[in-house]
Design a protein around this ligand. Structure first.
Ligand code: ADP
Length: 487
C-alpha cells in the first residue's frame, strides 16, 4: 500500500465527531474545524467543532456517570487500562502516523510518544489496585482515625497539541484508575489522536459517559460555563502559562482542584568536567525532541567558559547535520513547527537576537516553500535578550557561558519558570550540589530526557503545580476523607 493510500485510509477511519455520553455526534450548529498537516498546510480532515452547549452536555454525561464509576472495582479499572495499553501498543504504527500527520514530528519520534503515552496506561493499571488508606489511633488513644481516598470527581482536561497522545493518556489513565469521569478538550490543531484514542477506550469497554471528548475552536467560551458548574470538581491543564493563569482564576469561584503543567525555560548546564560527547548528545535530545516544541526543551544552554568553544562547535555540527522534512519521510529528523504563528515567533526572536549581537553558528532561517519549517539553529554570544527569557518552542539553541558553579546556578534559576533542567558533569559532589540548588521540578543528570511514566512530572514557580505520573500522579485525582471512629 502506498504511504498516501495508507494515510487516507487511516484518516478516513478516525472518528470525526464529538463523543458525549457514549454517542458520537455532530455539534448542534453543524460547525466543523479543519485539521492541517503542518508539513504542507493541507487540510487532513474536518471534525465536529463543539461549543458551550456540547461542552455542557459532556459535563452532564460525566456527572451522570460519576457515581457508578466511583463504585466500579479497582480491578475492573485496572483491567481496562491494561487492555487499552495492549491495544495502543498493538496499533502503535497507526497512532504514530496519526500524530505525525496532524502534529508534524518525524515518525520515529511519534512512535516514541506512543510508547511513552502507552506507559501511562500500564503504569496506572498497576496503581489502580494499589490505592490504600490509613488506620491509626489518635495520640491520646481516645479515637480511631481512618483515612480513605475518594475519586476527586468529574474532571475537565485541557491538553496541548505537542504530544497529542501522551498528554491525553497522562491525564486519562490516572483519572480512570482513581474513578473520575472526564471531559477532554484536546487542542484544536490535533484533535484526531484524542478522538481515535477515545474510540479505543470505548472498544476496550470503558463505560458510557466516563470519557467525553469535545474538540472546539472556541476554547475559552466553551469551557467557561463548565468551569462554573458545581458538578465539575477538578481541572487539569497542560499548556501555556498565560492561559494557565487565566484558568486558575476561572477555577476559583468553583474552588476546583487544579493541576497545572505550564511553560518552561529549561537550562542545560555543561560543567567544565562534563563528558562533552555525552553533553552534546544530551543537548540534542533536550533541544530537538519534538522540534524543540516541548515544555521540557532546553531553552538556554549554559556552558563553562573553559569548554564552551569545544561544546559549541560539536553541538553546531550535530545540529547542522539534521535532516528537515515531512515527518513521514524516511531519514527525516526535524519536522515543521505547528503553524505559521509559531514559526514567526521563532524567526522574530532569532533575528532580533542576531541584531543585538548574537553570533549565528548554524541555521537561522525559515525554510522557503510549503510547511512551517525552521532550520536547526545555534547562537552564541547571546546577551540579555528575550530569546533566553521566553519559551522558544522551536529548534533554536542559544548558548551562554558561566565561570563558576554559583554563576551557573544563579543564571539557571534567573527565570520565572521552573519545569525541567539538565546538568552535565562527571563529578558526583558537584552534581548533587548543583541539583540541590536548582529551582526546578525535574532535573536530567547527564541525560537529556526527564519524561517517564513512573516519575512525577511537573514544575514549580510559573511552570505550575501538581504532578503527572509516578506514585504522585494518582493523588491528583483523589480526595482524602478521614473518619473519626469512637472506641
Ligand atoms: P499553545 O500556545 O501552545 O497552543 P495554549 O495554552 O494556548 O498553548 O493551549 C493549550 C490548550 O489550552 C489548548 O487545548 C487550547 O485550546 C486551550 N486553551 C487556550 N486558551 C484557552 C482558554 N482561554 N480557556 C480554556 N482553554 C484554552
Amino acid at each position: 500500500m502506498s504511504s498516501t493510500v495508507r494515510e487516507r485510509e487511516l484518516l478516513d477511519n478516525v472518528p470525526k465527531k464529538l463523543l458525549i455520553g457514549g454517542v458520537w455526534r455532530e455539534a448542534d450548529s453543524g460547525a466543523r474545524l479543519a485539521v492541517e498537516d503542518p508539513a504542507t498546510g493541507a487540510v487532513l480532515a474536518e471534525v465536529a467543532d463543539g461549543g458551550p452547549k456540547e461542552m455542557m452536555a459532556a459535563l452532564d454525561a460525566a456527572a451522570d456517570a460519576q457515581r457508578s464509576w466511583a463504585k466500579s472495582s479497582p480491578r475492573l479499572r485496572s483491567d481496562l487500562l491494561r487492555a487499552a495499553y495492549d491495544e495502543v501498543v498493538r496499533r502503535a504504527d497507526e497512532f504514530a502516523l496519526l500524530i505525525t500527520l496532524e502534529m508534524g514530528k518525524p515518525l520515529a519520534e511519534s512512535l516514541g510518544e506512543v510508547r511513552y503515552g502507552a506507559e501511562f496506561l500500564r503504569w496506572f493499571s498497576e496503581e489502580a489496585v494499589r490505592m490504600g488508606g490509613r488506620w491509626n489511633r489518635s495520640p491520646e488513644g481516645t479515637t480511631r482515625l481512618l483515612t480513605m481516598k475518594d475519586p476527586a470527581g468529574p474532571t475537565l482536561m485541557i491538553t496541548p497539541w505537542n504530544f497529542p497522545l501522551a498528554m491525553a493518556t497522562r491525564k486519562i489513565a490516572p483519572a480512570v484508575a482513581a474513578g473520575c469521569t472526564m471531559v477532554l478538550k484536546p487542542a484544536e490543531q490535533t484533535p484526531l489522536t484524542s478522538l481515535a484514542f477515545a474510540e479505543l477506550m470505548q472498544s476496550v469497554g470503558l463505560p458510557v459517559g466516563v470519557l467525553n471528548v469535545v474538540p472546539t475552536t472556541r476554547a475559552a467560551e466553551s469551557t467557561s460555563a463548565v468551569l462554573q458548574d458545581a458538578r465539575l470538581r477538578k481541572l487539569t491543564f497542560t499548556g501555556s502559562t498565560a492561559v494557565g493563569k487565566r484558568l486558575i482564576e476561572a477555577s476559583s469561584s468553583n474552588v476546583l482542584r487544579v493541576s497545572m503543567e505550564l511553560g518552561g525555560n529549561a537550562p542545560l548546564i555543561v560543567c567544565e568536567d562534563a563528558d562533552i560527547d555525552k553533553a552534546v548528545a544530551g543537548a540534542m535530545l533536550a533541544k530537538m525532541r519534538n522540534i524543540g516544541q516541548a515544555c521540557t526543551a532546553a531553552n538556554r544552554i549554559l556552558v563553562h567558559e573553559s569548554v564552551a568553544d569545544k561544546f559549541a562547535g560539536n553541538f553546531a555540527a550535530a545540529m547542522s547535520a539534521q535532516q528537515l522534512g515531512r515527518g513521514t519521510e524516511t531519514g527525516v529528523q526535524v519536522g515543521p513547527l505547528i503553524d505559521e504563528r509559531a514559526r514567526e515567533k521563532v524567526s522574530g526572536l532569532v533575528s532580533s537576537a542576531v541584531a543585538s549581537g548574537a553570533r549565528l553558528l548554524t541555521g537561522g532561517s525559515a525554510r522557503i516553500g510549503e510547511g512551517y519549517f525552521f532550520e536547526p539553529t545555534v547562537l552564541t554570544d547571546v546577551g540579555e535578550h528575550d530569546i533566553t527569557r521566553e519559551e522558544l518552542f522551536g529548534p533554536v539553541a542559544p548558548i551562554t557561558t558561566f565561570c563558576s558553579d554559583d554563576d551557573a546556578i544563579s543564571k539557571a534559576n534567573a527565570t520565572e519558570y521552573g519545569l525541567a533542567s539538565y546538568v552535565f558533569t562527571e563529578n558526583i559532589s558537584r552534581a548533587l550540589r548543583v541539583v540541590e540548588e536548582l529551582e526546578f521540578g525535574m532535573v536530567g543528570l547527564n541525560q537529556g530526557v526527564v519524561s517517564n511514566a513512573a516519575a512525577p512530572f511537573g514544575g514549580v514557580k510559573h511552570s505550575g503545580f501538581g504532578r503527572e505520573g509516578g506514585a504522585e500522579g494518582i493523588e491528583e485525582y483523589l480526595s482524602t476523607k478521614y473518619v473519626g471512629i469512637a472506641p
